[in-house]
Design a protein. Structure first.
Length: 477
């Protein structure tokens, strides 16, 4: 009995020590490195037979690693009860994270295009009989186009790039009402190389897709970045399907594009609208002498030469010169989120403008066009009186129709959001925003800011008083 018990104990010990186990590893993409205790043992897909006696410090660490993807590991700290283990997983790609000092300009994905000719050869398929046949474009080959926009925003957001998805994630974000991208990203597939080999129990797939990425700056209407790269993927599947592989190759190329230095520098060095200084120190302008006009029509004729139309991607508004150096006053909401400002003068000339300063709470902005010698209007900071006749010149509807005149009277003062505005019995349209409120001497007593629109309310407008404009924008003359 003693010898039998000893034999059983020995058999139990040796069985525990010499029992063979099997670990099966399958990944997408394939060819990932499988390691045991930090020593590579095979490439996926593969099987590895092991013994517990191979454990170090009473543990065995299995890991799966592939460059550009998050690693996986499994640690065994005691002899397993099961003999078969399996790891089957889609490896998760590591997305870039870029460092930006400030919010980047808004970036929007435009579209993916494919320009292959019908019947164009894209690759080859080799069957079990070793015979090859070509794979040709038929217009229906899956390239993952339905996922392109979603994938772009996922990677770009992770990288810290400002996109519409980033914007809408902010609760009650007012900017969501008027998203206006600075950059458009488009991509074209210019080559697709597919190699599929049908082996006994699986398909070997090797996909390489060549992309041409282009970035358009909406401020200049020019392509500012042209970048070519190739996304690759290799896999081994039991079933024939290349849709998943195509999407993975797209992801590979997209990560490279978003990570590339040229794209990063473009976003980093382009000033976002929110980076514009709200108010400069002091804005010094030339003093303008008062003018005497013989008639109202003479005054309007003179003032109209100083009024401009401001065109943006969002529409248009009005403005006026208040210094001969090319400084133009307008409403902040006219130029808000605009990538490009096109200024139309009364004489038909057009100029691009830059934003100099702004004050969103009072809906004020100062922009500038090149050159000098422009005819400015005089700012009059004195309070206007109830019942005083006033007029405004602006572009209320169609830019092509040009400027129009509207006359009315000051009907009172109105407090809106804690700010005092002049209330006017004056018929204006949204295009009048930013136009000057003129007295009988052609002097600016305010700036048209908005129109109160509601049921039963017509011909009521509001203007920021010139005294407040001078104070807020720190204008010295």
């Amino acid at each position: 009995m003693k010898y039998i018990l000893t034999f059983i104990l020995i058999l139990s010990f040796t069985g525990e020590y010499f029992s063979q186990f099997r670990y099966t590893f399958e990944t997408f993409p394939s060819n990932a490195s499988v390691k045991m205790n930090n020593v590579e043992i095979c490439k996926t897909p593969c099987q590895y037979d092991f013994y517990w006696r191979e454990a170090k410090n009473n543990q065995m660490v299995f890991s799966v690693e592939k460059e550009g993807f998050y690693p996986w590991s499994d640690t065994l700290t005691k002899k397993p009860r099961e003999f078969d283990f399996r790891y089957n997983s889609n490896l998760k790609r590591v997305y870039p994270h870029l460092e930006f000092d400030t919010l980047t300009p808004l970036v929007v994905f435009d579209k993916l295009t494919v320009t292959f000719k019908d019947g164009q050869e894209l690759g080859s398929y080799k069957g079990r009989n070793d015979k090859s046949q070509s794979i040709n474009w038929t217009g229906s080959t899956k390239i993952g186009s339905d996922k392109v926009e979603e994938l772009f925003y996922e990677i770009a957001n992770n990288a810290g790039i400002n996109t519409p998805i980033h914007q809408v994630s902010k609760l009650f974000n007012e900017q969501n009402k008027r998203l206006n991208p600075r950059f458009l990203v488009g991509v074209e597939i210019i080559n697709l190389d597919i190699k599929i080999i049908n082996k006994e129990n699986f398909y070997d797939n090797n996909i390489a897709i060549e992309f041409n990425w282009k970035v358009k700056d909406r401020a200049t209407d020019k392509i500012v970045l042209d970048y070519k790269n190739t996304g690759t993927i290799e896999s081994r599947n039991k079933y024939f399907s290349i849709s998943k592989e195509n999407q993975a190759a797209l992801e590979d190329a997209m990560v490279d594009f978003i990570s590339n230095k040229e794209f990063y520098e473009l976003l980093k060095n382009t000033k976002h609208e929110k980076q514009i200084i709200d108010v400069l120190g002091e804005l010094t302008i030339d003093s303008i002498a008062s003018k005497n006009f013989s008639s109202f029509s003479e005054m309007i004729k003179y003032a109209s030469e100083s009024c401009v139309t401001i065109e943006t991607e969002n529409g248009h508004g009005s403005g006026f010169f208040f210094d001969k150096s090319g400084l133009i006053m307008t409403s902040f909401h006219v130029i808000e989120n605009a990538n490009k400002l096109k200024i139309h003068l009364k004489n038909g000339m057009t100029f691009d403008a830059e934003v100099i300063s702004k004050d969103e709470p009072f809906d004020l902005a100062v922009i500038k066009i090149p050159g000098s010698g422009y005819q400015p209007l005089k700012l009059n900071s004195l309070p206007i009186e109830l019942g005083q006749d006033v007029s405004t010149i602006g572009t209320p509807t169609n830019i092509e129709l040009g400027q129009s005149l509207s006359k009315g009277v000051v009907s009172g003062l109105r407090e809106i959001d804690g700010k005092i505005f002049n209330q006017l019995n004056l018929s204006v349209s949204p295009g009048n925003s930013g136009g000057p409120l003129l007295n009988e001497n052609g002097e600016v007593t305010g700036i048209i800011s908005s129109k109160l629109i509601g049921e039963g309310i017509e011909g009521i407008a509001f203007a920021v008083p010139t005294g407040k404009i001078v104070e807020v924008l720190k204008i010295v003359y």
